[in-house]
Write a protein of this length. Structure first.
Length: 156
């Protein structure tokens, strides 16, 4: 199997959106996705680029992707956040996730970051074990907090 990891192009965003929807279905949250392909194009390739995207291509088909963006830690300084690393279900267990993670880590090294962070849902034991095998550390005692769009609008 010839797996090519590369920077995403605008024309990949439709497929990237499909992968995002596949992940949302897997996590049983498809109605939470408000993002469109046009949003991905504007935010990833527009005037103010908000993220970098890497794709895994096999036989000219995008079968995986990783999206990262800049963050800043008051403890560490320059960091990046891995928002999602997705490999389509039919292509899992072929080393694609590892190659995508390698690309994210190399990208972080090239940027000179002090930390790369991401979240993993607590019931996805396969993903947790995968990340731990790669040297990542699960941080206990921390919770993710979100303020959704409605709460932001109604904030006082």
């Amino acid at each position: 199997m010839n797996i090519k990891i590369r920077n995403a192009k605008i024309e990949d965003m439709k497929r990237v959106h499909e992968l995002i929807m596949e992940l949302a279905l897997y996590e049983k949250l498809p109605k939470e996705v408000d993002l469109t392909t046009d949003d991905l194009i504007k935010d990833g390739f527009g005037e103010k680029k908000l993220f970098n995207c890497f794709v895994a291509e096999i036989n000219s088909n995008v079968e995986g992707m990783a999206i990262v963006y800049n963050r800043y830690s008051t403890w560490k300084g320059k960091t990046i956040h891995l928002e999602d690393l997705i490999v389509t279900k039919k292509m899992r267990n072929n080393g694609i996730g590892a190659l995508l993670l390698d690309k994210v880590i190399l990208f972080g090294k090239e940027m000179g970051v002090k930390r790369i962070s991401w979240e993993v849902i607590d019931w996805n034991i396969k993903a947790i074990k995968f990340y731990e095998r790669k040297g990542a550390k699960l941080i206990p005692d921390w919770n993710i907090i979100h303020l959704n769009e409605e709460a932001i609008k109604n904030y006082h």
